[in-house]
Design a protein around this ligand. Structure first.
Ligand SMILES: C[S@@+](CC[C@H](N)C(=O)[O-])C[C@H]1O[C@@H](n2cnc3c(N)ncnc32)[C@H](O)[C@@H]1O
Length: 216
């Protein structure tokens, strides 16, 4: 099973370093302190393991299911854990397309989707959030770092230009199914999640969110 991201995996760290320095990593780890009590974590579209290493370091007691359709990204994530001297005994790596994934159980207390929900058009996004939601119960937390476009002004123009170029690149490089960014907020709300905290950075281009599933 090959993924469009396999080809990019080798260059992904360098691309990030050159285009954004440490900014994206700050977005990924913004709310790490708030999720230290999580015991069963589902990380979807982890990529090359930069967030995973920080998660395992901050929360060594957690069991982590790390799901990504790219075997090459998963290989790099595992390698990164070893290089950092971190144990993978509590991490299960699963190579699978989340659009076809059939979750079992409802015991996940933390979901992480960093820079992956932007890969899907609206119909796929709804289905993916629906699938993931089946694994979590009341009170579960959801960490989400991603791009966004501010509502108006020059910041919006700047963000729209950046996003247009980024989507054109990723569509060619990875056969990305999405043509443009879809706001995941209403989809998360439809599945019972409430935004607890959001940090916006880079003139409105980036967001780090902490969501929580409400009770009935
Ligand atoms: C843009 S990268 C983001 C990687 C990382 N989470 C980050 O913060 O940079 C998207 C990641 O999601 C994975 N991915 C994309 N579509 C997927 C799908 N349908 N199912 C599972 N993983 C997917 C890719 O292989 C890649 O690792």
């Amino acid at each position: 099973m090959s993924s469009g991201f396999d080809r990019l995996a080798r260059w992904y760290r360098w691309m990030e370093l050159l285009s954004a320095g440490e900014t994206l990593q700050r977005c990924r780890t913004e709310y790490l302190d708030e999720v230290r009590s999580a015991r069963r974590v589902l990380v979807v579209g982890e990529g090359n393991g930069r967030f995973l290493c920080e998660l395992v370091r901050a929360n060594p007691g957690a069991s982590v299911l790390c799901l990504d359709e790219s075997g090459e990204m998963l290989r790099r994530a595992r390698q990164r854990l070893h290089r950092r001297g971190l144990s993978e005994t509590r991490v299960r790596f699963v190579q699978e397309d989340v659009r076809r994934w059939e979750p079992s159980g409802r015991d996940v207390d933390l979901v992480v989707t960093h820079f992956i929900l932007d890969c899907f058009p609206i119909d796929q996004l709804e289905s993916v959030v629906g699938r993931i939601s089946k694994t979590v119960g009341e009170g579960a937390q959801w960490l989400l770092a991603d791009f966004q476009a501010p509502a108006s002004g020059w910041r919006r123009v700047r963000a729209r230009l950046f996003l247009r170029i980024m989507y054109a690149f990723f569509r060619i490089a990875t056969r990305l199914p999405a043509m443009d960014l879809v706001d995941p907020d209403p989809v998360l709300e439809d599945h019972g999640f409430r935004l607890c905290s959001r940090r916006v950075s880079e003139w409105g281009l980036l967001r780090s969110d902490l969501w929580q599933r409400e009770g009935p």
